[in-house]
Design a protein around this ligand. Structure first.
Ligand code: NAI
Length: 466
C-alpha cells in the first residue's frame, strides 16, 4: 500500500521505516531540512536500536523516500499518518499547533481518490473530529486560491462536498529504546474511527504485523486489533500512559516508606509483582518518571478532566509524587555529603531511559539544575550523550568521555540511567579514583554487595535495609 508519514521523529520515522520493511511503499515528510538530508543519506537522526539497518534496507529496496514536500507525500499516500509532536504547554494542555498545521496542509494538497488520515500523534480527546474539520478548512482555503485569477490554473478543483477521506485514531504504544521491536511485536493495535472502510484499510496495512510475520516469536497468536470509536481510541492512549505512570509513582511511594521502616522495595516489588492481578512490570522504584510522553500525557489528561468539571485526584497525586521523587537523589546526596557547595557529583547516565538519545523531560535535568543551584560541580558520562555532542540543557555540566574519567575526583556518583553497560564497569577502580566513594543508585540497578565490595557506600531507593 502507498503510505505517507508526516513528522519523522521517534514515532514517525520508526513507523515509516517499519511499514516499508513489511512491504509498503512509504514517503516520509518532515519540515526539518537537515533531518531529511540525513535520512536521504540513509542515516537516522535519532538513536534507536535497529532503526538505521531497516532504513537502509528499505532505501536499497526503493520502498522509502524522504522529502520536505508535503504535497508530494499527500499525493502519494492512500494512508496519511500525522506523527508530529504534541508537546506540553505551560498550562499542561497539549500543544496541537503542529497537528493543526499538518491537517490544514493535507487539506490544501488533497488530490482525488479516497484517503485515510491517521492520527498517530497523541492528541486530546475529540481531536479526530477536529482534524476532519481542519482538513475541510484546508480544502476550502485551496478552493479560494483556485478562483483567484492567475493562481494554480492547472490544478484540479476538488469541491469540499466531494472530499473523500476519513480520519482514524491509531495511538502509538512503542517504547523508545525498543521502538522497532515494539512495532513488529505489539501487544495490541487500536483503531478508532466511524468508517469501516477506513478501519478495514488500516487492518490491511497492519496485516503482516497482526499475523506475526515479522515477530520475534512467530508462533504467538495474532496481535489483537481493537476497533473503537474515535474518542475511545484517543482515551486509550492517555489512560495507558496514566496507568503506567501511576504504577511507578505507587512503587516509589512504597520505596519511600521502605526507606523509613527499613524494608527493601526490590523484594517488596517482587513479592507483590508475583500476584498476577498486579504483574511485575513497572514496579522498579527509582528517581521518577520522565521522558517525552508520561509527564505531558498525564498532565494533558488531568487538564482534560478539569475542562469537563472533574478533578482527577489520583492522577494529580501521581504527578506530585513524581515531582518529589525526581529530587530523591538530591535528598540522598545531602544526607550522605551534607553540604553540596564545592563538592563534585558525577552522573552515570543522562537520558531518561537507556537505549535512547532522548533527553526530553529527563530526571537528570532536574537534578543538574538543583546541583548547580546548590553550588555543586556536576560531571556526567552517558554512552550516547558523551559521544553525540548534544548538550541541550547541560550547561554547567562537564561531559566526560568515559566512566573512569567521570569518577576521578568525585565526592559521589549518582546512577541516573540504567544503561546495560553500567552493570559491568570497573567499580573497584572507579571507587579508588573518587574523593569519597558514595554511590546513589537512582534505579536500584546495581548489586549492593558488589558495590560495597568495590569500596562504595551504596545508597539505593527504598533499600535502606541493605
Ligand atoms: P518528535 O518531536 O521526535 O518528532 C516530530 C517530528 O515532526 C519532527 O521531526 C518535526 O520536525 C516534525 N514536524 C513538525 N511539524 C511538522 C510539519 N508541519 N510538517 C512536517 N514535519 C513536521 O516527536 P515524537 O516523539 O515522534 O512524537 C510524535 C507524537 O507521537 C507525539 O504526539 C507523541 O506524544 C506521540 N508518541 C510519542 C512516543 C515516543 O516514545 N516518543 C510514543 C508514543 C506516542
Amino acid at each position: 500500500m502507498r503510505v505517507c508519514v508526516i513528522g519523522t521523529g521517534y514515532v514517525g520515522l520508526v513507523t515509516g521505516a517499519c511499514l516499508s520493511h513489511i512491504g509498503h511503499d512509504v514517503i516520509c515528510v518532515d519540515n526539518n531540512e537537515e533531518k531529511v538530508k540525513l535520512m536521504k543519506a540513509g542515516r537516522s537522526p535519532i538513536f534507536e536500536p535497529g532503526l538505521s539497518e531497516i532504513m537502509q534496507s528499505a532505501i536499497e529496496a526503493g520502498r522509502i523516500q524522504f522529502t520536505t514536500d508535503i504535497a508530494a507525500g499527500v499525493a502519494h499516500g492512500e494512508i496519511l499518518f500525522i506523527a508530529v509532536g504534541t508537546p506540553p504547554l505551560p498550562t499542561g494542555e497539549s500543544d496541537t499547533r503542529y497537528v493543526e498545521a499538518v491537517a490544514r496542509s493535507i487539506g490544501t494538497h488533497l488530490n482525488g481518490g479516497y484517503k485515510v488520515i491517521v492520527n498517530k500523534s497523541t492528541v486530546p480527546i475529540g481531536s479526530g473530529d477536529w482534524v476532519r474539520m481542519i482538513v475541510l478548512d484546508g480544502i476550502a482555503e485551496r478552493q479560494k486560491t483556485l478562483v483567484t485569477p492567475g493562481a494554480g490554473a492547472s490544478e484540479q478543483k476538488l469541491p469540499v462536498s466531494d472530499a473523500d477521506f476519513d480520519v482514524v485514531s491509531n495511538p502509538e504504544f512503542l517504547r523508545e529504546g525498543s521502538a522497532v521491536y515494539d512495532t513488529f511485536n505489539p501487544d495490541r493495535i487500536v483503531l478508532g474511527g466511524n468508517s469501516t472502510r477506513a478501519t478495514d484499510l488500516m487492518k490491511k496495512l497492519y496485516a503482516p504485523i497482526v499475523e506475526r510475520q515479522f515477530a520475534e516469536d512467530k508462533s504467538l497468536p495474532q496481535v489483537p486489533v481493537l476497533v473503537t470509536d474515535l474518542s475511545s481510541a484517543e482515551m486509550i492512549k492517555y489512560a495507558a500512559n496514566a496507568f503506567l505512570a501511576t504504577k511507578i509513582s505507587f512503587v516509589n511511594e512504597v520505596a519511600n516508606i521502605c526507606d523509613r521502616v527499613g524494608a527493601d522495595v526490590t523484594q517488596v516489588a517482587k513479592g507483590i509483582g508475583l500476584d498476577s492481578r498486579i504483574g511485575n512490570k513497572f514496579l522498579q522504584a527509582g528517581i521518577g518518571w520522565g521522558g517525552s510522553c508520561f509527564p505531558k500525557d498525564v498532565s494533558a489528561l488531568v487538564h482534560t478532566a478539569d475542562d469537563y468539571g472533574y478533578e482527577a485526584q489520583l492522577l494529580k497525586s501521581a504527578v506530585s509524587v513524581n515531582q518529589r521523587q525526581r529530587l530523591i537523589a538530591l535528598e540522598k546526596l545531602q544526607q550522605a555529603l551534607k553540604i553540596l557547595k564545592g563538592k563534585t557529583v558525577g552522573l552515570l547516565g543522562l537520558t531518561f531511559k537507556p537505549d535512547t538519545d532522548d533527553m526530553r523531560d529527563a530526571p537528570a535535568l532536574n537534578l543538574i539544575e538543583q546541583l548547580n543551584r546548590l553550588g555543586a560541580k556536576v560531571k556526567a558520562y552517558d554512552p550516547i550523550v558523551s559521544q553525540s555532542g548534544m548538550r541541550d540543557g547541560l550547561s554547567g555540566v562537564l561531559v566526560e568521555t568515559d566512566p573512569e574519567r567521570l569518577a576521578d575526583g568525585c565526592d559521589a556518583l549518582v546512577l541516573v540511567t540504567d544503561w546495560k553497560q553500567f552493570s559491568s564497569l570497573d567499580y573497584g577502580k572507579m571507587a579508588k579514583l573518587m574523593v569519597n566513594p558514595v554511590m546513589i543508585d537512582g534505579r536500584n540497578f546495581l548489586d549492593p554487595e558488589t558495590m560495597v565490595r568495590a569500596g562504595f557506600k551504596y545508597i539505593g531507593v527504598g533499600r535502606s535495609s541493605r
